[in-house]
Design a protein around this ligand. Sequence first.
Ligand code: LLP
Length: 385
Amino acid sequence: MSLPRAELLTAAARFGTPLYVYDAAELDAALARVRAAFGEARVFYAMKANPNLTLLRRLRAAGVGFECVSAGEIARAEHVGASGDALLINGPAKSAQEYAAGAQLGATLIVDRAEEVGLLPPRSKALVRVNPALAVSTHDHLATGAASSKFGVTLEQAPDVLRALRAAGHDARGLHVHIGSAIREAADFSAAFARVAELRPQTGNLEVLDVGGGWSVGADLPGIAREARAAAAVFGAQLWVEPGRYLVAQAGTLLTRVVGTKRTGRNFLLTDAGMTELLRPMLYGAQHPVTALWDDPQPETAGERWDVAGPACESGDLLARDVCLPSPHPGDLLAIAEAGAYGASMSSSYLTRSRPAEALWDGSDWILIRRRETPQELWAAEEIG
Ligand code: LLP
């Protein structure tokens, strides 16, 4: 996030904390980098990373389609005007409602298991997801291309599933491979694409090769794109990509205020945001850069180390461990960076906490793009008597 500190202080004062803030320029820049690297590839944003309607509309206006994995995400895509070739429907256990919505909107469905051939609506457009069975350099929860993961069909099964789709009257457009998320080694992608390309003698040419997403924020995009293009060329296919994190992570920052401190062997800096606002540190051991937005009145204290802890009654409710910060005071503001992806989208109302508000910096002003929920909204669905 490139926004000046003064603007962040303004947003927190105007909308309260915890608050997710996004920089539209960063979002645009990330999309420009994807386009520069992948050229003619068709881009489907994996909206699970951040489904805020304002961000979706901005991406849609730039010609980006969406990858959806639930009826709710499909409804969001439809709500912002995406259908047909701007829509991919994915998931290992799709519901009847999801198939029907996909068919009605003319989406391409990603087949994740052989049984799905018999479940698709007539004359569906389909890709077959193949699992290349590789070790993937990421957190175990985020690896989807490992032999033990639940996703896709095996390399051996994929050509048969393509044939079965055609035999059943579907438009089997090609193959899909997505090996995981926040992948550290670019070599994992090349290995996966190479394994898929080896299927060419059995599949013949294909209309589409979809290589998914999974790129870390600092990934070597041109390198990954080169390998992806080469694999698509083997099939004479158009390249499709599904970035989630890469497009939105750096655009987003979580702003949280210091509630107080506690020194009990460890130094705890208690904040008004925690696992309910940003689950990634607790769930994946993710490390998000933490910046103090206060003026340090005693620069000599800058060496102190803090565990940044949230308000939940759970010991794992930490946003960061052992970070070096200047002396904090209640009310001071902290910025937790690289939080635009899987931050707000994985926030929860656990403990009947209202999910955070979200605001977008459009280059000249702040726009509120999601207001904070009220407690009444959180229990409204229970008032059914
Ligand atoms: N395509 C498929 C088929 C996916 O399953 C995913 C992510 C993506 C694309 C986008 O992946 P990305 O480019 O964002 O890495 N909650 C986790 C991430 C889970 C990703 C699930 N699938 C986190 O906070 O890191």
